[in-house]
Design a protein around this ligand. Structure first.
Ligand SMILES: [Zn+2]
Length: 136
């Protein structure tokens, strides 16, 4: 009797964080006062990923770009279950950066924010962006 799938490669591989094979980390990178990414040289579409081989919209060439750390809340939630090493409750928000792409960030305090609330990316925690509400 053979065991189905044993020894065969799978699409889902454990990342290096849990002792598996190294996999690409697609999370946005914060560098000082900017979020690093790429911008299309043809249609100007911004992405929060670096070194993209081509634009996801028009297949044009991309160039490295630096985006502002500030933006507006597109959506937010409070997570009530443990995820990885994170313990609930913790807040997550999608932030539309002022001159760039939409990025996912952890909130410094668990809260559901009004749409359009101003946020600032203030740092990273275990590789994830951390955002706080901008002081007016
Ligand atoms: Zn493009």
């Amino acid at each position: 009797m053979s065991e189905l799938g044993v020894g065969r490669p799978t699409k889902r591989r454990a990342g290096s964080a849990v002792g598996g094979l190294p996999v690409a980390d697609s999370r946005p990178v914060l560098d000082g006062d900017a979020v690093l990414g790429s911008r299309c040289t043809v249609c100007r579409y911004p992405t929060a990923q670096q070194h993209l081989p081509w634009c996801p919209v028009c297949y044009g060439a991309t160039e490295p770009a630096r985006f502002a750390r500030t933006g507006k809340t597109w959506s937010s939630t409070v997570v009530a279950i443990p995820v990885g090493t994170r313990r609930p409750p913790f807040g997550l928000a999608y932030v539309d950066l002022d001159d760039g792409p939409r990025v996912l960030a952890h909130l410094d305090e668990p809260a559901v924010l009004a749409l359009g609330t101003r946020l600032e990316i203030t740092g990273t925690d275990d590789g994830d962006l951390v955002a706080t509400t901008e002081v007016q």
